[in-house]
Design a protein around this ligand. Sequence first.
Ligand code: HPA
Length: 275
Amino acid sequence: MSSTLDLQIAAARLRKLSKLRPSLAMVLGSGFNHVLRQFTVDAEIPYAKLAGFPKTSVAGHDGKLFIGRLGGTPVLVLNGRAHFYEGHALEQVTFPVRVLPEFGIRDLLLTNAAGGVNRRFRPGDFMYLTDHINLMGTNPLRGPAIPGLPRFVDLTRAYDATLSGLLASAARAGKIKLRRGVYLAVSGPSYETPAEIRAFARLGADAVGMSTVPEAIVARQCGLKVAAVSCITNLAAGRSSGGLSHAEVLETAEKVKTLAALLLKNFARLYGQNQ
Ligand code: HPA
């Protein structure tokens, strides 16, 4: 179990790194890290230098923490994440999220690449999460109770309406089409079968992916407000005539990286104006 001490050490390290004290953090998933070009970096540190942080290994997931300004607003950026399918325990995957409130973060924006389950969705669309379905087969809060934090976390409003509203405004300001929907999380790393996707659609899923949900759950336990946005990089299995590949995911993410960056920059700017 990660101890409170590990969290405090990591947060103290970050406080020494920069004088900025952002209240907003972002986790950049596949396709969203182009926003770093717009980011005024004050400090950066590889996850490898932060005790307790997981190692990231997937292409497009760098594993670096940045503190700086985006659209004029102080922001802490986690560029890249560790995934459950890499073999990490969810406790490791979500360790960086637990460091955030310790550092003073109050609001968290999670980003990811996802497959489109909803038949109206097209590759390159963006979707903000209204809710999620956890089919990872496990829960990041499994394990001993953490003193001072709720054991049974309420997820009735996992995704904050005000932050999600800011995402919608950020999209409007950039003339970016933003859909809304339910994200269903699987463990991966295999993609789904067409039968699974049909089942997920009946369960109420609009998009499917292999991340975000553990982070959102832990963030809620720690009292962070959460919003999340997916880049629909592909139609889910059986929704198109062809097969699925990570190359296709990366290719779509590359095509819409400028829009993804604009969405996040507008979000950060509007967030700053609303503080
Ligand atoms: N399924 C699961 N995860 C994903 C997908 C998908 O189709 N696309 C991007 N991440």
